[in-house]
Design a protein around this ligand. Structure first.
Ligand SMILES: C[S@@+](CC[C@H](N)C(=O)[O-])C[C@H]1O[C@@H](n2cnc3c(N)ncnc32)[C@H](O)[C@@H]1O
Length: 461
């Protein structure tokens, strides 16, 4: 990589803010970025991976320093997610419990969403939202790979989402779009977007996003605010905004690593020392800021009551839009499911059909919002047949299976990822799961000794 050249305005700003500590900050920005990954506790025998697990990331469950590749079976089968170690702490700090309703408002590509799904342990709901359509597609793929069935993936702007989910969530993560100073070391090009005006623009956008986020949180609910920038205008100053303008209280989190929030940069707020700043000198990972809040005051009661009344009517309307899912169709789906071991809380009685797609919704009424995936897609009914989905394959990877074709070597695995057929000696028929190194990553269909490739075209490499 080329040498990182910091803008003069940036250097002058931090020289002033950090005084004696500025030099060590600039020097640390020249060091090598740190790489890490998280394992997926939802998957069967999830610690059986080919990576070195001897360097855990302090205080983050199932997280290790090291580098992985997007071509590895561990990645393809959703056993692992590559993430900057500092970026692992916001989801950890939110402290989500199984059964809660959680929103990840700025979610793509999904690093924190996948961690929240791990914490939910298949119970409760995650709404993972992303405003950019192209990034939302990527988010959907990453969530599908993770193998959870309790996630609604949306592509919405925050105000629209707030109308849909008033006072709905127990916990909200706002991993805000920011000036990205914390990424300079990893991505030198990020420097070219930087200016003080951009910092202020981001700060205003963060306030707009938070004004909407607060409307979706239940009283007493938790909000985790994070950025990957060092700028006080986007960090401590936003904490002051949340406390002074939106009725939040800053609280302690279980994250004890890294440095404290800086009182002088955040109006000497009570509890600002609970906020965490990840400086490059902390040697944990790239730049990150996080702070946790509890919503103590409510200003929007009217909106809430009106929307709740409307919501019942909408569920009825939404249900009308669903097509009749006949007994014969249900039997077709159940016949396929009977061949596989299902995770404990799988509940077929909740399955519905829409445009021939059969799925178990995570949220009943999704009218008026842009949805990329709602819950667990089981598959598609096609002229008296049922074809299982890629998401179902990843979901079934949560438990050990018997009806599996295990690929024999790396060449066969690569062939399958490419979309080619493979051969099997096993006496199997019809839909089978495909695994490599005992990790399930796709469906296939066996006729005789040939396994037809069902790895989705959009994912093939
Ligand atoms: C820091 S990134 C999120 C990273 C993600 N949480 C993760 O861990 O993988 C911020 C995201 O917010 C999105 N974003 C930008 N403006 C937004 C807005 N007004 N409302 C919601 N999201 C927005 C960006 O497209 C970007 O994907």
């Amino acid at each position: 990589m080329d040498k990182l050249v910091l803008p003069k305005e940036f250097k002058d700003k931090y020289q002033k803010l950090l005084a004696k500590k500025a030099d060590s900050f600039f020097t640390a920005l020249e060091a090598e970025p740190k790489k890490a990954f998280r394992l997926n506790p939802l998957k069967a025998d999830y610690q059986e991976v080919s990576y070195d697990l001897s360097k855990p990331v302090d205080g983050v469950e199932d997280a290790y320093y090291g580098e992985i590749s997007g071509r590895d079976i561990e990645w393809v089968s959703g056993y692992v997610y590559s993430q900057d170690p500092s970026a692992m702490y916001p989801a950890e700090a939110l402290g989500v419990e199984p059964g809660q309703k959680v929103l990840d408002l700025c979610a793509a590509p999904g690093g924190k969403s996948t961690a929240l799904l791990s914490a939910l342990k298949n119970e409760g709901l995650l709404v993972a939202n992303e405003i950019s359509a192209s990034r939302a597609k990527n988010l959907r793929e990453n969530i599908e790979r993770w193998g959870a069935g309790n996630c609604l993936v949306t592509n919405e702007d925050t105000s629209h989402l707030a109308q849909k989910f008033p006072r709905f969530f127990d916990a909200i993560l706002v991993d805000a779009p920011c000036s990205g100073e914390g990424m300079f070391r990893k991505n030198h090009d990020a420097v070219t977007y930087w200016s003080q005006e951009y910092v202020l623009e981001c700060s205003n956008r963060q306030k707009e996003i938070l004004n909407e986020a607060v409307k979706m949180l239940k009283p007493g609910g938790s909000l985790l605010y994070s950025t990957c920038t060092y700028a006080p205008e986007e960090d401590e100053e936003i904490c002051a905004y949340l406390v002074n303008e939106l009725g939040f209280k800053l609280v302690k989190t279980k994250v004890s690593v890294a440095s404290q929030g800086i009182p002088a940069w955040g109006e000497n707020l009570d509890g600002i020392e609970y906020a965490r700043r990840f400086w490059p000198e902390d040697e944990i990972g790239e730049g990150q800021f996080l702070a946790k809040f509890i919503l103590s005051e409510i200003n929007n009661e009217e909106v809430v009551t009106n929307s709740k009344q409307k919501s019942k009517k909408r569920v009825k309307k939404a249900n009308k839009r669903l097509e009749v899912f006949t007994k014969a169709e249900k039997e077709l789906v159940q016949e396929l499911l009977a061949d596989f071991n299902l995770p404990n809380n799988f509940d077929f009685s909740k399955a519905v059909k829409s445009k021939d797609h059969v799925y178990i919704p995570a949220v009943e009424d999704v009218s008026q919002i842009k949805v990329l995936n709602n819950g667990l897609e089981l598959g598609v009914l096609k002229k008296g047949r049922f074809e299982p989905s890629q998401q179902l394959a990843q979901y079934l990877g949560q438990v050990r299976q018997e009806k599996v074709v295990e690929l024999q070597n790396q060449a066969e695995f690569e062939k399958y990822l490419h979309g080619e057929t493979v051969r099997t000696e096993e006496k199997l028929k019809g839909f089978v799961l495909i695994s490599y190194q005992d990790k399930i990553f796709s469906f296939g269909k066996v006729t005789g000794q040939v396994v037809k490739n069902f790895y989705p075209k959009g994912l093939r490499v």
